[in-house]
Design a protein around this ligand. Structure first.
Ligand code: SAH
Length: 224
């Protein structure tokens, strides 16, 4: 199920030209992203709308970019990679995202799964992300201002959980909110972080270590 965002948001501006986007997608392919649905959504999602104006001209570079409050919009490669890992076992109905940030990863997920539940601890970031969802008419996104290390127990269990912030150890609550067969994609560690995939099986949990990554820390509590 791929429902790409309205194309009229993509046209007209130089930095969003088809060629610029094609270059980004080609880079993702070169880096090993292979899921055609993920690539199509990366091509269709206007990343410049998730940045403040001063940063927007860099939107289609494959780098992480500042979004204020000492947080960053993740690099397109890592967004594509985590999305691909989350979807690897088949289509997903309910997905929990921890760390809405700009909402870019949220928007990518919203085009590939049925419902996205996204938790952010910094209120102003959440408010901006919510406006962006509205602008892109992504109506299957539900947001919460809370500490995502607790998950979102009222809305679980989830077929997939994706965290954009790194804990030192995987919070127990997240494992408990995984549906059977569900997968958690999460960066873990402080200095040397690793991207991990945990799958809930009938016997318990299976762990795959994917690759070294560099995420902001998962922090406790919330900020107004
Ligand atoms: N996918 C986002 C990444 C933003 S960076 C994007 O591309 O824009 C990670 C985000 O996680 C930050 O916004 C940070 O505030 C948030 N975060 C960190 N710890 C959190 C927690 N415990 N609960 C919810 N969000 C958290």
């Amino acid at each position: 199920m791929v429902q790409v965002v309205n194309r009229s948001d993509l046209d007209g501006i130089g930095m969003t030209s088809r060629r610029t986007r094609e270059r980004l997608v080609q880079r993702l392919v070169d880096q090993g992203i292979a899921d055609p649905a993920v690539l199509e959504v990366m091509r269709a999602t206007p990343r410049h709308l998730f940045l403040d104006e001063a940063m927007a001209h860099r939107a289609y570079e494959d780098v992480a970019l500042p979004i204020g409050y000492q947080q960053t919009l993740s690099q397109p490669y890592i967004v594509a990679r985590m999305t691909e890992l989350l979807l690897a076992a088949g289509p997903l109905a309910r997905v929990l995202e921890i760390g809405t940030g700009s909402g870019y990863q949220t928007a990518v997920l919203a085009q590939l799964v049925q419902e996205v539940y996204s938790v952010e601890r910094i209120k102003p970031l959440q408010l901006k992300a919510r406006q962006r969802m509205r602008r892109l008419k992504l109506r299957n996104v539900h947001m919460s201002h809370a500490d995502g290390s607790l998950g979102w127990p009222e809305r679980g269990p989830f077929d997939g959980i994706l965290s954009a912030a790194a804990p030192q150890r995987i919070p127990e609550g997240l494992l408990q909110q995984l549906a059977p067969g569900g997968r958690l994609v999460i960066p873990v560690g402080t200095d040397a972080q690793q991207l991990q995939v945990v799958t809930r099986t009938h016997e318990g949990f299976e762990l795959d270590i994917i690759e070294p990554v560099n995420f902001v820390p998962l922090r406790p509590g919330t900020e107004r």
